[in-house]
Design a protein around this ligand. Sequence first.
Ligand code: BG6
Length: 520
Amino acid sequence: MVEDLQFTNLESSPNPLRRGLPREKAVMPCVFVVFGGTGDLAHRKLLPALYHLYRGGLLPRKFAILSYASGDLTDDQYRESIQESIQNFAPSMSAEGNKWEGFAQLLHHCRRTSDVAESMQRLKKRLAEIDSSVRAEGNYLFYLAVPPSAFAATAKGLHDVGLAQDPEGRAWRRLIIEKPFGTDLQSARNLNRELQSIFREEQIYRIDHYWGKETVQNILVFRFANEFVEPLLNSTYVDHIQITVAENIGVEQRGKFYDVTGALRDMVQNHLLQVTALVCMEPPPSLDPEAVRDEKTKLLRSIRRIQPEDVTEVTVRGQYAPGVFLGERVKGYREEDDVAPDSDVETYVALKLNIDNRRWHGVPIYLRTGKRLAKRVSEVAVRLRNVPQMLFDDAQASEIQPNVISLQIQPDEGISVRFQAKVPGLTLNIRPVRMDFKYGAAFAPSAPEAYERLLLDAMLGDTSLYARDGFVEAAWELVDPIIEGWQLTKMPAHSYLPGSWGPKEADDMMARDGRRWRRL
Ligand code: BG6
């Protein structure tokens, strides 16, 4: 193997992610095996993230990456294809010079043919050769960047050739899978059962890239490292919470997947419920991964299930129509490739949730997410109650708006607080103003990509930011009755214009509660 690989150097690492961490937190020697190594996810996200970790000195010296996919490529051809993708998808990193040469030498490719058993044997052999050449000590991380329908069969294939077993005390084997984890509770349970018949739960890493976002992680810090926040977060002070994940893109090339999935399964079951759990969970006793995961799951289990007959009151479905967006004509959902021309799949969903615990009793949590909305923006807004006694008369207080603490997850990452201030002058006039914290302005280094953090954690064996079986199942327990209700009531997906904020019915849902969505 090449000699110029870097030593993991955490203390002086240029990567803020692990700077200052003790050396025992370094990644152990390992081979990172990417099933679907020639696919879109590997090219756009995984390999650029690994390259960035490599450039930051965060990968071990004894390390290699092995792609396993159907493409008939030599190692050199695979390296060239990855170099091209990094140039396209991560242009801020130079894929040339010494660093690139060093990284390229880590990359290998093994072809999968239609004879799966024979291909797995070849993979095993290739892995053994690479392992002995880099001295990876038998530690393997298997990333399944393949369709979910192939998860169980791939895990079984690994088991059949003896690669899944974790030689106790000698080496580790880990499996990373990407959402969707099932399409309903039953299929999620089946998947969990199938994977757990081969891997122990602690070997299984279920990735939700929202957890890797800096600002999502910062919710924990904002809540538990500041004394002024936590006392406010309860039904005494909070009127309601709004969580928005808006996208301005359509379904792009994913029509086939999306048309059997929809926004509820694609976004709410995972990302929005993950964020809800972080914002609303009780403080964990420690940052131990299991302690954090226990609290998140407990919170999900406290969310009241929406009864199928209530869906028309507390949920809204929408679908984008054709229209003009940013001066260009854009297709409606039904005109997208691989989408049925009469599809009723929702590209927008809004929900009202209630949490049945002491802290949040009577505080509704409104979630909304959709594609082709006015802009790409994700935020959590905690709207406090009105002041109990208004000292100021109507004229002075006409502009008073309740306090809002908003956490902007993307794109303008930051935190802002809306409060009232006196307008300077001889009379007493009050106006709402905002106190803003912007990540970009406060911290010079740019935040690491979500995948970098998550892949590094998996190599370190840190499961905190990965979903546990119970969390995934609890999320489906909330989502399944909604889908059942939609089918039962034949609830339509209301049409909305591209560039709007979703169907008017979502505003009506808020209006019934005397509230309205924030203008973002
Ligand atoms: C994915 C969904 O999980 O998240 C996509 O499948 C969605 O439909 C994407 O576009 C949004 O992620 P981000 O990081 O752009 O907010």
